[in-house]
Ligand binder design. Sequence first.
Ligand SMILES: O=c1[nH]c(=O)c2nc[nH]c2[nH]1
Length: 459
Amino acid sequence: MSQSLRGKTVLASGFDAPARGEIRRFEQLLIILDDAGVIQETHAEGSARYEQLLSHARQAGDLVAQPAGTYLLPGFVDLHIHAPQYPQLGSALDQPLDVWLKTYTFPLEAKYRDEAFAERAYGILIEDLIASGTTTALYFGTIHPAANRILADKCLEKGQRALIGKVAMDHKELCPPEYRDASVDEALAGTQDLIDYITRHPDNSENRVKPVVTPRFIPACTDELLGELGQLAGAHNCHIQTHASEGDWEHNHVLDRHGMSDTESLDRFGLLREHTVLAHGNFLSLVDMERIKTRKAAVAHCPLSNAYFADAIFPLAVALEKGVRVGLGTDISAGPSSSLANSLRSSLWSGRLLESGTDPAMAPGERSSRAGQRIGMHTAFHLATAGGAEALGLPVGSFQPGMIFDAILVDPEAKAAPIRLWQDLYGGDEILEKLLYGVTRANIAQVWIGAELCAGEAV
Ligand SMILES: O=c1[nH]c(=O)c2nc[nH]c2[nH]1
């Protein structure tokens, strides 16, 4: 079979979740793609033109029928990930955030001044992420212009949809001399360099890779830099990403320094706009959430990293109820898994722990002060796909007409890691639940980005 589905008609069964809390299950759906990999039409079995379109595609040699027993899902959108931290995945998880940054993370990120190291590490990362089903990633890079260009090159070479930020951090007290922007001008020049490089890249005519203005977090930036980055983002109408209200130390730093929350402070610097993504948001107040919603910004919920570094759980259900846009992030390497499916699963248990409380020494009714914090699988699936895409304003994340075909094909029968579906006992949405709880890299048989095969083998 072809390595591209552009101009083809795909025949597949599977699931998507274009709206929060709602799952669409489809059986033998016809998905008609145009020459750019955009979904033109879909037709369900039994609908008026189904048989005619099916036989027409078959006769024209344009029909691509996915194997029986496989499931097509939208590709995952990782809304918060530090590309340079991949070598450290699964280590140094036992320190507080500020110590972890200084002792392990800044020294690792500083290594990306070596372009050969960047080439090697970014190549491995992107291949692993695509193979794990991440079709879109919102990346923090490093402070180094050359390494950030390499990250963009690698995403384009391997086909991953990506948004990439040059990390801006110039605060002399909080960033070590060997890993900080020497001045506001240097931080701005590096950011501008990446914007120009990505927007003019000869292989980026489809805008698969986009630049992102990326102040690391308020503690790492001077006020002057924050203000300039806000203006730069406005001038280029760029995406913005940063960390906000993550843990006690960081939250209190901003309160002490600016006398207000991260959200309010970022807003004053022009950094809270449509398609700003705030990572974590554990300490957001209801007023902050209202402001984020009004600005059409979003939160990247990173449940695994919050468990290790934030000592707090993001009140996801409250934010969703408020109408805040939310997606899920792995937060490599503060989160020790590269699989967004693990973030999805963690978003389910973390909401439940917030709701129930965890101290067995306390009576059940007294363990927690929070009710109604759990979310269901339908919502988690939406956040990992269409929710993350909406946060970024990208037309991906579901199989509706007008969406670009970014998809994964899940094979529950993968020999190395079978997902036991017990189809005689379970059906419908229960199958999706079993797939999402069970899916590993071994089950992801194909990964399509822009309707082009980026991992796996087409059959
Ligand atoms: O989880 C995190 N990872 C980081 O690299 C970081 N930098 C600032 N704040 C951070 N939080």
